[in-house]
Write a protein that binds this ligand. Sequence first.
Ligand code: PGA
Length: 223
Amino acid sequence: MSKLIIANWKSQKTVKTATDWWKTFASELDSKMETKVAIAAPFTLLSTLQPVLQPSVALAAQDVSPYPMGSYTGAVNAEQLKDLSVRYVIVGHSERRRHFHETYEDVARKVTEALNAGLHPVLCLDKDYITEQAAALDPEQYGKLIIAYEPLAAIGSGQPEDVGTVQTVITEIKATFGEVPVLYGGSVDERNSNEYLLVSDGLLVGGASLKAETFLQIVSQKE
Ligand code: PGA
């Protein structure tokens, strides 16, 4: 199975810096590589990136409204993302759970909205979230998920979780959700990405995706 590597830009970049990033990245990208690559850009940059991404790079969003199209001021819904050719959407990132107080039920509603619109939800879980998040979801949805195992202590800290523990937790996630793709995220960089690719189905990369050159190195690693 080919690996999936997603750049999570978080709340970073402007039209200018995103366009510059893309120019550098696209100039060196091997369009025949097997790895699937996606960029999870802020909402404001989706329509800038949509027309320029090659078919080999997919567009992802970092969040989606728990509600459909309608009177929900400030919310961006799944149908609107689909309209911009977005393929993947991150749901339940720990930064959203922590800073925006998202609950397991909110995250479950977002998964449902994403799936109804034909988007692929990338559900972020720390170990402690597995059981409760699984309980909040309809088990019929499990097989349609991509999961990102993201230990809180590893995110943005420069201290990734050790590879053995990642492997163990990924096995636990698959025991709960079935044979779904499970990515690892948390201080992945161009020096350690290979080790994590060996035990996972892909990566969710925050800080190290902000420089095009570094992210290129990560996606260009041989499987
Ligand atoms: P990091 O972030 O790579 O900067 O640790 C990963 C994430 O939060 O998705």
